[in-house]
Design a binder for this molecule. Structure first.
Ligand code: SF4
Length: 109
């Protein structure tokens, strides 16, 4: 009986150790890895053709090259009040200031 109790205690102890390990792993994996990227227009808020155009142009919410993001693009109009979201003339809708697509063209000075 005491062996069974000890065994049960061990099993419970191991279970707690594993769940603690799992919790620690989850906590580490969900740590913030830099500023969050804002999605200015989710796919559910756009029409099929708007989504298709964005996909065909390889639009991303965060430019791989920060020097070539939407803020520096001639088709971009910044949002009001310092918003991360502005407007794109090509997509006729909201885009992330840090975004990028194949149509990127340097803003003229
Ligand atoms: S054309 Fe592309 S890079 Fe330029 S503002 Fe629109 S989405 Fe951004």
């Amino acid at each position: 009986m005491s062996e069974l109790g000890l065994s049960r205690r061990r099993v419970l102890g191991r279970g707690l150790q594993f769940s603690g390990l799992g919790l620690a792993t989850w906590a580490l994996s969900s740590c913030d890895q830099g500023p969050k990227v804002v999605a200015c227009a989710g796919p559910n808020n756009l029409t099929f053709s708007e989504n298709s155009l964005r996909q065909a142009s390889h639009y991303v919410e965060e430019a791989p090259d920060p020097a070539k993001n939407c803020t520096g693009c001639g088709f971009f109009t910044a949002g009001e009040g310092g918003s991360n979201c502005g407007k794109c003339e090509i997509f006729l809708g909201p885009v992330n200031a840090r975004g990028h697509c194949d149509s990127w063209a340097a803003k003229k000075a």
